[in-house]
Design a binder for this molecule. Sequence first.
Ligand SMILES: [Zn+2]
Length: 378
Amino acid sequence: MPQIFGSPGRYVQAAGLIDDAAGYVGKLGVRRAAILCTARSQRNEARRLVDGLHAAGIATVIATFGGECSRQEVEGQTAWLKSRPAVDALIALGGGKTLDAGKSIAHRLGVPVVVMPTLASNDAPCTALSVLYTPAGATESYEVFDQSPALVLVDTDIIAQAPARFLVAGIGDAMSTWYEARACQQNPAGISLFGVRPTLAGAALAEMCARTLFKYGVEAVAAVEARKVNTALEHIVDANTLLSGLGAESGGVAAAHAVAQAFTLLEAVDRNYLHGEMVAFGVLVQLMLESDVAEADKVGRLFAQVGLPVTLGQIGVARDDAGAVDTVVGATVAFPFIGNMPFAVTAEGVRQSLQDADRLGQRIVAELGDRPYRRLHD
Ligand SMILES: [Zn+2]
């Protein structure tokens, strides 16, 4: 089986980058660009982007993102853009769903995609895949593209202005990367998101990602709470966006994402928690499955300090809710990439590990205190 490593053509990260974006887009030879963003963004950062592009002689057409990365949204935007004068790139500006929709639309238009994340909460910016949802928001399927994004532009000033909860969720998603890549390496049949053997490069990026989170995570969260960009925040944005995205794509996912995916089936969890928060608890469950209690304790302590969930209660699941636990257990063992774990994962093993992770989390909370749990309006 081959090994594949993918990456964006160019990744640029800087405070205030949005005002210099046109220079980087222009180097791709773009004369006319579509911009996918929300209506809210059009009153804020998208306006700065458009002003810069026009000043550089790049024409624009704005497609207003409807909020859900569904097949209907993607097909509708593609048809509308095809009815307009042709563009030679699509710029996706916004959160994870806007970026995923932008990658899918650009693929259908046959043009390169430029990705400009406004949050550092997930792996969407650097990967060559999109998660598609039903119009109601349930995960439907995912698409893998032959081309990675041509250009990723990350303005850390914009990320520092977003609620801290998004950066924190990104730490949860990023922390899974190393443990999942490690599992894929240990399993001779493990596969990456490209469906082939993972590369050593993917695992190396994933390991650097975890090291960075342990070293700078707490300081970066304090920075974003103060709406300031400092070195710690720059490192955590790099870890959450570049190291985590490439590490997951070329290193592979496993039990942590299986648990996170299972949590989305519980409506109360799906509605109230972010992907990275669900992944965070999934990391603790995976480490318990692997009987790596020392590492679970180390990870759980960082999570408790930055405000990520370390107990079932903190992710909105009552520990005596047998129905909810059954749903999570069933969906975890049915997840396509659960086979990346280097041993057979049974329903009983997952059930036990959910309880073990919850008990560990309770011990950590008793010791470190229960940091007021973040909600979107914080
Ligand atoms: Zn993820």
